[in-house]
Ligand binder design. Structure first.
Ligand SMILES: Cc1cc2nc3c(=O)[nH]c(=O)nc-3n(C[C@H](O)[C@H](O)[C@H](O)COP(=O)(O)O)c2cc1C
Length: 149
Protein backbone atom coordinates (compact mmCIF):
# COMPACT_ATOMS: atom_id res chain seq x y z
CA UNK A 1 0.00 0.00 0.00
CA UNK A 2 1.37 3.41 -0.96
CA UNK A 3 0.15 6.71 0.49
CA UNK A 4 1.03 10.00 -1.16
CA UNK A 5 0.76 13.33 0.60
CA UNK A 6 0.85 16.54 -1.41
CA UNK A 7 0.90 19.75 0.61
CA UNK A 8 1.31 23.50 0.34
CA UNK A 9 2.62 25.72 3.11
CA UNK A 10 3.59 29.32 3.68
CA UNK A 11 4.47 29.64 7.36
CA UNK A 12 4.98 25.95 8.12
CA UNK A 13 1.74 24.85 9.83
CA UNK A 14 0.60 22.64 6.96
CA UNK A 15 4.08 21.30 6.40
CA UNK A 16 4.15 20.17 10.01
CA UNK A 17 0.72 18.58 9.58
CA UNK A 18 2.03 16.71 6.52
CA UNK A 19 4.97 15.46 8.60
CA UNK A 20 2.63 14.23 11.34
CA UNK A 21 0.63 12.35 8.70
CA UNK A 22 3.80 10.89 7.17
CA UNK A 23 4.97 9.66 10.56
CA UNK A 24 1.58 8.15 11.32
CA UNK A 25 1.47 6.23 8.04
CA UNK A 26 4.99 4.94 8.73
CA UNK A 27 3.99 3.82 12.21
CA UNK A 28 1.10 1.94 10.66
CA UNK A 29 3.53 0.21 8.30
CA UNK A 30 2.32 2.01 5.17
CA UNK A 31 4.84 3.19 2.58
CA UNK A 32 4.48 6.94 2.21
CA UNK A 33 5.74 9.73 -0.05
CA UNK A 34 5.35 13.40 0.81
CA UNK A 35 5.80 16.26 -1.62
CA UNK A 36 5.26 20.01 -1.69
CA UNK A 37 2.90 21.34 -4.35
CA UNK A 38 5.70 23.36 -5.97
CA UNK A 39 7.77 20.23 -6.38
CA UNK A 40 4.76 18.44 -7.79
CA UNK A 41 4.43 20.80 -10.78
CA UNK A 42 6.19 18.54 -13.26
CA UNK A 43 4.44 15.47 -11.96
CA UNK A 44 0.95 16.94 -11.78
CA UNK A 45 -0.59 14.47 -14.17
CA UNK A 46 0.90 11.52 -12.34
CA UNK A 47 1.10 12.72 -8.76
CA UNK A 48 -1.39 10.15 -7.52
CA UNK A 49 -1.12 7.59 -10.34
CA UNK A 50 0.79 5.00 -8.34
CA UNK A 51 -0.81 5.84 -4.98
CA UNK A 52 -3.45 3.77 -3.22
CA UNK A 53 -4.16 6.53 -0.70
CA UNK A 54 -4.19 10.14 -1.91
CA UNK A 55 -3.85 12.88 0.69
CA UNK A 56 -3.96 16.66 0.30
CA UNK A 57 -2.89 18.99 3.10
CA UNK A 58 -3.61 22.65 2.37
CA UNK A 59 -3.87 25.98 4.09
CA UNK A 60 -6.41 28.57 2.90
CA UNK A 61 -5.53 32.00 1.59
CA UNK A 62 -7.27 35.28 0.66
CA UNK A 63 -10.92 34.78 1.54
CA UNK A 64 -11.25 31.10 1.12
CA UNK A 65 -8.89 30.54 -1.78
CA UNK A 66 -6.59 27.67 -2.64
CA UNK A 67 -2.94 28.77 -2.13
CA UNK A 68 -1.27 30.19 -5.25
CA UNK A 69 1.29 27.42 -5.46
CA UNK A 70 -1.50 24.84 -5.31
CA UNK A 71 -3.85 26.32 -7.94
CA UNK A 72 -2.40 24.52 -10.96
CA UNK A 73 -2.40 21.23 -9.12
CA UNK A 74 -5.95 21.78 -7.88
CA UNK A 75 -7.35 22.60 -11.30
CA UNK A 76 -5.68 19.52 -12.72
CA UNK A 77 -6.79 17.18 -9.95
CA UNK A 78 -10.51 17.29 -10.70
CA UNK A 79 -9.90 16.12 -14.29
CA UNK A 80 -8.10 12.97 -13.21
CA UNK A 81 -9.47 9.47 -13.05
CA UNK A 82 -8.66 8.15 -9.57
CA UNK A 83 -11.18 5.34 -9.40
CA UNK A 84 -10.12 2.53 -7.11
CA UNK A 85 -8.14 4.86 -4.87
CA UNK A 86 -8.95 6.30 -1.46
CA UNK A 87 -8.58 9.99 -0.64
CA UNK A 88 -8.50 12.30 2.36
CA UNK A 89 -8.07 16.04 2.86
CA UNK A 90 -6.64 18.01 5.77
CA UNK A 91 -6.85 21.80 5.99
CA UNK A 92 -5.18 24.38 8.16
CA UNK A 93 -6.88 27.73 8.54
CA UNK A 94 -7.56 30.48 11.01
CA UNK A 95 -10.84 30.13 12.85
CA UNK A 96 -10.69 33.48 14.62
CA UNK A 97 -9.64 35.82 11.81
CA UNK A 98 -11.14 33.95 8.86
CA UNK A 99 -14.21 32.38 10.40
CA UNK A 100 -16.44 32.89 7.34
CA UNK A 101 -13.99 31.12 5.03
CA UNK A 102 -12.43 28.74 7.54
CA UNK A 103 -10.45 26.03 5.71
CA UNK A 104 -12.39 26.58 2.48
CA UNK A 105 -9.48 25.31 0.37
CA UNK A 106 -9.82 21.92 2.05
CA UNK A 107 -13.48 21.78 1.01
CA UNK A 108 -12.50 22.75 -2.54
CA UNK A 109 -10.12 19.79 -2.75
CA UNK A 110 -12.79 17.53 -1.30
CA UNK A 111 -15.13 18.58 -4.13
CA UNK A 112 -12.37 18.00 -6.69
CA UNK A 113 -11.71 14.49 -5.41
CA UNK A 114 -15.42 13.68 -5.66
CA UNK A 115 -15.16 14.27 -9.40
CA UNK A 116 -12.23 11.87 -9.78
CA UNK A 117 -14.12 8.76 -8.73
CA UNK A 118 -11.84 8.18 -5.74
CA UNK A 119 -13.46 6.96 -2.52
CA UNK A 120 -13.57 9.31 0.45
CA UNK A 121 -11.81 7.39 3.20
CA UNK A 122 -12.15 9.92 6.02
CA UNK A 123 -13.93 13.17 6.86
CA UNK A 124 -12.11 16.39 6.04
CA UNK A 125 -9.97 17.40 9.01
CA UNK A 126 -9.79 21.12 9.78
CA UNK A 127 -7.03 22.43 12.02
CA UNK A 128 -6.86 25.89 13.55
CA UNK A 129 -3.40 27.07 12.50
CA UNK A 130 -0.86 24.73 14.13
CA UNK A 131 -1.77 21.16 15.09
CA UNK A 132 -2.05 20.69 18.87
CA UNK A 133 -2.10 17.41 20.81
CA UNK A 134 -5.83 16.93 20.23
CA UNK A 135 -5.37 17.50 16.50
CA UNK A 136 -2.62 14.89 16.46
CA UNK A 137 -5.08 12.32 17.79
CA UNK A 138 -7.58 13.32 15.10
CA UNK A 139 -4.86 12.97 12.45
CA UNK A 140 -4.02 9.50 13.74
CA UNK A 141 -7.66 8.49 13.40
CA UNK A 142 -7.73 10.07 9.93
CA UNK A 143 -4.81 7.87 8.82
CA UNK A 144 -6.37 4.72 10.28
CA UNK A 145 -9.69 5.47 8.56
CA UNK A 146 -7.90 5.91 5.22
CA UNK A 147 -6.10 2.60 5.66
CA UNK A 148 -9.29 0.75 6.47
CA UNK A 149 -11.42 2.33 3.74
C1 LIG B 1 -3.56 36.85 3.86
C2 LIG B 1 -4.09 35.64 4.55
C3 LIG B 1 -5.35 35.17 4.23
C4 LIG B 1 -5.89 34.06 4.88
N1 LIG B 1 -7.15 33.63 4.54
C5 LIG B 1 -7.69 32.57 5.21
C6 LIG B 1 -9.01 32.12 4.91
O1 LIG B 1 -9.70 32.67 4.04
N2 LIG B 1 -9.51 31.05 5.60
C7 LIG B 1 -8.78 30.42 6.59
O2 LIG B 1 -9.27 29.47 7.19
N3 LIG B 1 -7.51 30.82 6.89
C8 LIG B 1 -6.95 31.87 6.22
N4 LIG B 1 -5.67 32.28 6.53
C9 LIG B 1 -4.95 31.59 7.61
C10 LIG B 1 -3.99 30.50 7.15
O3 LIG B 1 -4.62 29.57 6.28
C11 LIG B 1 -3.47 29.76 8.37
O4 LIG B 1 -2.71 30.63 9.16
C12 LIG B 1 -2.64 28.53 8.03
O5 LIG B 1 -2.32 27.85 9.24
C13 LIG B 1 -1.37 28.84 7.29
O6 LIG B 1 -0.75 27.63 6.95
P1 LIG B 1 0.82 27.48 6.71
O7 LIG B 1 1.53 27.77 8.03
O8 LIG B 1 1.03 26.08 6.26
O9 LIG B 1 1.22 28.47 5.65
C14 LIG B 1 -5.12 33.39 5.87
C15 LIG B 1 -3.84 33.84 6.18
C16 LIG B 1 -3.32 34.95 5.53
C17 LIG B 1 -1.93 35.43 5.89
Amino acid sequence: MLAKIVYATMTGNTEEISEILEEEFQQQGVEVTRMEADDADDADEEAFTDADICVIATYTYNNGEVPDNFVYFEENLRKQDLQGKVYGVVGSGDKEYHFATYCFAADTFDEDFKQTGAKKGADVVKIDNKADEKDKEVLKEFVINLMNA
